[in-house]
Design a protein around this ligand. Structure first.
Ligand code: ACM
Ligand code: ZN
Length: 765
């Protein structure tokens, strides 16, 4: 008689009795959100019997999906010409005119993908992949079956150009990382990779005809330590560099193509060219010796527009065009100081010969000449918005980075525009308050990225048609590693992708929840995504003469908990926020957004509030602060809260005054106040064109002489503190006059421009 071991018995019983448990379908949280989504009640189960039906011309995208599923389930799956049940079928649908649009329908026994081209099918696949479990691509995933939510989606992009940029000049990243970056973009339905390949600090593309561009230009002798505005500068003493060979570039372009990403190379001219001039000094004006730059900033060493320089650039562009099939070649055009051209006899002769007015027109000539060359070869140029100055090249596309002014001017001229305003698309800016890895400056939380409206209101509907799309930029001065690039790019790329793709904006809280969900996928792919989703910002109001703090729980559709006192947010100490919080003495305030079941999420908010005389009366400010830097309104300087280290936060007010203008703050109270001191702070980030004022004065009547005045000595501190005591003033009316620095001196960044003034809380006591 055969004996059955206990082990075999267990297996047999299991076959008879247990149905394997399939985890229920992942929640539907797609980024970018599809334009039309209908969720059904059932699920489709993918298992070893699932087959693929793929038209021969779509094998690439079909295999991409099949490989994804097989790898996750660790199962070989089949392709068939037809299938009756349990299949995923692609359909070439000529009714779908937009090449990137698709329809996805998931029923209990089939998944159908309809698209007019393989690109559309690829985006359907990206959507489908986001319906798989978040850890599906983790090496630990060990299930042989998964359930997918039944639903139907109709989707198409809002914009044709959906881009991300990466600067590999300031820091160099491996081929593997460039591929990972492109892969991450494509998963978010971004379709352009703007590869910034040449910089002052390094030339990163092999050009066969000019080997010194890489043997010399790709390497710098050392690198700045810390922030460029911390002076005196210190250097690490370590040679640094690298470049991509032409073979590697071809490999990357092919990799991107499989993901429907076009790689747009940027070859900067005439500025940001120190590395090329270090390699071939005859390309410059010969004003001074040039080395591959070792610090960050804007350099005077730009190409000299000699015939031999154009011949060089045409040779370089010939090799670039051979490597990059992209219709568009980015030629830079930004931040090209004219000091050398003004001092160069060659350049001056050129200006005369060509009958030009000045160096700005010479830059325009430079760009137009390069455009003509590229147009003759069937390519188009993209340039940063400086290419508008001195006259736009006829067919150029402008990338508007200094806000949207350049975009408006370009669209009004009828040329194509790509939106990449530094106010919303510069992912090298800080994304959160408090401790963050060193960054260039600015403040751009996820929520602000998401708030951008690419349908610029200043344009007519007709002019808006010139907006090709939107792009996020990653300048890497302060990103020495690819992990740091990921930290700065994610999650902000997610907001960008949704602005670029989805026509209808979601509630921010709902978007942020989807972004947090997507970050789980990114983590299984080893992406170092930053944890900053919510930016809990209070508002400050005077009610019946008392300062109140309010939060807006509807903004995120989630409860907010808070407490006063203590050293850190404590859930036990907190209560749910329901109404304005009165503040009548110096108070520490802590608050956090919580899940509906009461768990704090994101980084808690904390601040210290010092009520003082200045908060208690109407304040008028003349001239008004710049729209770009007035997010806190007048309350920024009369709510008892100091600004952070960053001038872009809600507690600083920034002013771009005219040459002779001074800034007037006018307080009015209903009864006399006695005031004997003013404490305040001024930002002094000279690299950012921000200078502390030179003087502040007090008046009780604007027409009379000042009753007290305080001089601010020049200083290298980034934030200057003023602790000013004066003879007691009894008044209902006080004017503070702030005298801005004025014109930025020669040899400083922004020389010749008017300095910005940034004011912090004016603490009157
Ligand atoms: C730029 O940020 N200089 C285009
Ligand atoms: Zn010159």
């Amino acid at each position: 008689m055969k004996t059955i071991s206990l082990f075999n018995l267990a297996i047999i019983l299991c076959f008879l009795g247990c149905t394997p448990t399939i985890p229920s379908a992942e929640k539907v949280a797609i980024i970018p959100a599809p334009n039309h989504l209908k969720i059904e009640s059932k699920e489709f189960v993918i298992d070893e019997n699932t087959v693929f039906v793929i038209p021969p011309s779509w094998q690439q995208v079909g295999n991409y999906l099949q490989h994804f599923v097989e790898k996750g389930l660790q199962l070989p799956l089949r392709q068939l010409k037809n299938a009756q049940t349990n299949f995923i079928q692609f359909h070439l649908d000529s009714q779908i005119k937009n090449k990137e649009a698709y329809r996805l329908s998931i029923a209990t026994n089939s998944i159908h993908i309809h698209a007019g081209s393989e690109a559309g099918a690829f985006y359907a696949v990206q959507t489908l992949m986001q319906l798989f479990p978040t850890h599906f691509e983790s090496p630990e995933f060990n299930k042989k079956q998964i359930a997918i939510q039944c639903l139907s989606i109709e989707d198409a992009p809002a914009y044709a150009y959906r881009g991300m940029h990466l600067d590999v000049g300031r820091h160099f990243y491996s081929v593997e990382f460039i591929k990972k970056y492109i892969d991450m973009l494509s998963r978010l339905k971004l379709n352009r990779f703007h590869w910034h390949l040449t910089e002052d600090q390094g030339w990163r593309i092999e050009i066969k005809k000019y080997p010194k561009l890489t043997s010399v230009g790709a390497f710098r002798k050392e690198t700045l330590i810390g922030h460029a505005r911390n002076k005196p500068h210190q250097f690490d003493g370590k040679p640094y560099g690298g470049f991509y060979t032409q073979d590697q570039i071809k490999e990357i372009v092919a990799y991107a193509k499989q993901r429907f990403v076009t790689v747009i190379p940027e070859i900067e001219l005439p500025g940001h060219s120190s590395a090329a001039i270090a390699a071939y000094p005859e390309l410059g004006c010969g004003i001074r010796p040039v080395e591959v730059a070792t610090k960050w900033g804007i350099f005077d060493d730009i190409y000299c527009p000699k015939e031999s320089t154009f011949a060089f650039l045409e040779d370089v562009l010939d090799e670039v065009m051979m490597l990059f099939p992209s219709e568009y070649i980015h030629i830079g055009g930004d931040e090209a100081p004219k000091a050398n051209w003004n001092a160069c006899s060659n350049c001056q002769k050129r200006i005369q010969q060509l009958g030009l007015k000045d160096s700005h027109e010479l830059q325009s000539y430079f760009i137009k000449r390069i455009e003509m060359y590229l147009n003759r070869k069937g390519r188009q140029i993209i340039g940063w918005d400086e290419i508008l100055e001195g006259g736009l090249a006829p067919n150029a596309t402008v990338m508007s980075w200094r806000g949207v002014k350049g975009a408006i001017a370009t669209a009004q001229q009828g040329n194509p525009v790509i939106l990449t305003p530094n106010s919303h698309c510069y992912f090298d800016y800080y994304q959160a308050e408090g401790d963050q890895p060193l960054a260039i400056g600015g403040y751009l939380p996820l929520e602000k990225v998401y708030s951008f409206n690419p349908q610029l209101e200043a344009l007519t509907a007709e002019e808006r048609k010139h907006i090709m799309g939107i792009q996020g930029n990653v300048w890497t001065e302060y990103m020495p590693t690819s992990q740091q690039v990921e930290y700065m790019a994610f999650p902000r790329i997610m907001a960008l992708s949704e602005l670029a793709w989805t026509s209808q904006k979601d509630h921010y809280g709902a978007f942020a929840s989807r972004a947090m969900h997507y970050s789980k996928r990114l983590k299984t792919l080893n992406v170092n995504v930053a944890p900053h989703y919510f930016n809990l910002q209070p508002k400050y109001q005077m009610n019946h003469g008392k300062l109140h703090v309010t939060f807006d729980p509807t903004k995120y559709n989630l409860p907010i908990h808070y407490h006063t006192g203590g050293n850190a947010f404590s859930l036990q100490q907190s209560k749910a926020y329901t109404q304005a919080i009165p503040i009548d003495k110096t108070t520490s305030l802590f608050a956090s957004i919580c899940t509906t079941d009461g768990k704090p999420i994101g980084k808690p908010f904390q601040t210290k509030i010092y009520p003082h005389i200045g908060i208690s009366g109407p304040l008028t400010i003349n001239p008004a602060p710049s729209k770009k830097y007035d997010s806190g309104g007048t309350m920024a300087i009369q709510n008892g809260v100091l600004g952070s280290k960053r001038y872009g936060d809600n507690e600083w007010l920034g002013f771009a005054t005219n040459a002779k203008e001074t800034i007037w703050l006018e307080y009015q109270w209903d009864r006399n106040k006695s005031i004997k001191s003013l404490r305040t702070r001024f930002h002094n980030a000279k690299a950012h064109w921000i200078y502390a004022p030179t003087q502040i004065k007090l008046y009780t009547n604007k027409k009379d002489k000042a009753i007290a005045s305080y001089t601010i000595a020049p200083n290298t501190e980034q934030i200057i503190e003023v602790l000013w005591s004066f003879e007691e003033i009894q008044t209902k009316h006080l004017y503070i006059e702030v005298i801005p620095f004025g014109t930025i001196p020669a040899a400083k960044q922004g020389a010749g421009h008017l300095a910005w003034t940034f004011l912090d809380e004016m603490i009157l006591e």
